[in-house]
Design a protein around this ligand. Structure first.
Ligand code: NIG
Ligand code: ZN
Length: 411
């Protein structure tokens, strides 16, 4: 099966060779080809160039993209889309003055979702999650990381991860799964942290590795959740089974968690609403990708990640949705890109780099996703007719993506 897209007004994020992640000033540039074509064979990008250089027009299907932009599908490196029910009552409680932390202290928040998930059969959980996944794919997400972390018992965590495994089988090549058993201490372990960490490290992680259910390990490193030492135990237990760490950190407080993540070779540190100068220093020269979650800040009214401070210090930055029932019930990456521009003061070029190449790095998918490069997966989107790609974030809340192609197939 071959597909040829012709007359593309501008083909964005064209990289002849996949670069490493993009840092600092490198993020300011989005390489493009004007009046371009793109050739896809089966699930792979096989050629691209200027229309005047197109010699072979043979293809099973031809799409005329006159006036339209083509770019790589979004790479959403941080989500929790497998969950049961939702938490709209907490949304209203926050409007009425309660904070996210106060809701958690009253037994809501993550524990509320855990109770619902434990009571939901696997098939129903799969159905609810697949609906959300289909929806974000239609909005242009071509690769997605999905976390567990609403189970908090061995059985319920395994149930979540098995649902992710089924989704992986249904959407080949585009999903990575992360074990987030260290999301919150279950009530019965509130006074026995050691007991829960033992359960995570000695029972859950080995069971997950046995069934090959996770690619990464995560923890909520935060005041009132998991301490630096507790998170280190989880990262080290994961490492024994080949699971790289991707850690929730610095959402509400800075407690030297980033330093510990860097020391433990974390692939990414995510949230970063509160970032100190010392945090910036430890990230310099490391292989750990900072990940901002702008629509989380928007939804629960907390500070926005200081993207300018991070990028202007010469660091890389990825952006992701954090799609989850508590802090971000949306996986619309177009809105994430717009919020990054509007609230984090990232330029559209920086935001698109953060949502494609740098997102792919944060999922260990840089060799296959995140850019228009020969040999990479044919995961691309075609916009409607636009004057400029700046309209994608400018028209925030609108869907300007007209066609999504995943693994060479139109969605
Ligand atoms: N902050 C930790 N975890 C999720 C929210 C979890 C929840 O409230 O359900 C997040 O990334 O925002
Ligand atoms: Zn999260």
């Amino acid at each position: 099966m071959s597909l040829l897209i012709i007359n593309i007004k501008s083909l964005l994020q064209v990289r002849e060779n996949t670069p490493g992640f993009l840092s600092g000033d490198e993020m300011k540039t989005l390489p493009s080809i004007e009046n371009a074509f793109l050739k896809i064979e089966n699930d792979t990008i096989t050629n691209y160039g200027k229309m005047e250089d197109l010699s072979d027009t043979n293809a099973d299907e031809i799409i005329d993209a006159k006036g339209k932009f083509v770019l790589p599908a979004w790479v959403d490196s941080h989500t929790h889309i497998v969950y049961a029910g939702n938490r709209e009552q907490e949304f209203v409680d926050r409007i009425n003055g309660l904070s996210y932390e106060e809701i958690f202290e009253r037994g809501g928040g993550i524990l509320n979702s855990a109770k619902k998930l434990q009571e939901t059969p696997e098939e129903e959980l799969y159905k609810q999650s697949k609906k959300r996944l289909d929806n974000v794919v239609r909005m242009g997400t071509g690769a997605i990381e999905i976390k567990s972390g609403y189970g908090l018992t061995t059985d319920a965590e395994l149930k979540m991860l098995r649902v992710i495994k089924r989704l992986k089988a249904d959407y080949p090549g585009m999903i990575k799964s992360t074990f987030l058993g260290a999301h919150a201490f279950p009530l019965e372990y509130r006074e026995n942290h050691q007991g829960y960490i033992d359960l995570l490290c000695n029972e859950m992680i080995p069971a997950i590795a046995e069934e090959n259910l996770a690619d990464f390990v995560d923890a909520f490193l935060e005041t009132g959740y998991f301490s630096v030492e507790e998170t280190e135990r989880v990262m080290q237990a994961g490492k024994k089974y080949g699971l790289k760490a991707k850690i929730h950190v610095n959402q509400f407080t800075a407690i030297d968690g980033i330093e510990s993540c860097v020391k433990n070779d974390a692939l990414s540190v995510d949230h970063l609403e509160i970032v100190t100068d010392a945090d910036i220093e430890v990230l310099k020269g490391s292989k750990t990708m900072p990940v901002a979650l702008p629509t989380c800040s928007f939804f629960i009214t907390i500070p926005y990640t200081p993207a300018r401070k991070i990028i202007d210090a010469g660091l890389p930055l990825a952006i992701a949705s954090d799609y989850n029932p508590g802090t971000t019930p949306s996986g619309n990456m177009n809105l994430v890109v717009a919020t990054a521009c509007i609230k984090l003061r990232m330029t559209p070029e920086e935001a698109i780099n953060a949502a494609t190449i740098n997102g792919a790095y944060a999922m260990d998918l840089l060799s296959t996703h995140g850019s228009i490069t020969k040999g990479k997966k044919a995961n691309v989107m075609i916009t409607e007719k636009l004057n400029s790609f700046y309209e994608i974030p400018y028209n925030f809340g609108d869907m300007l993506i007209e066609q999504v192609i995943i693994n060479g197939k139109r969605i």
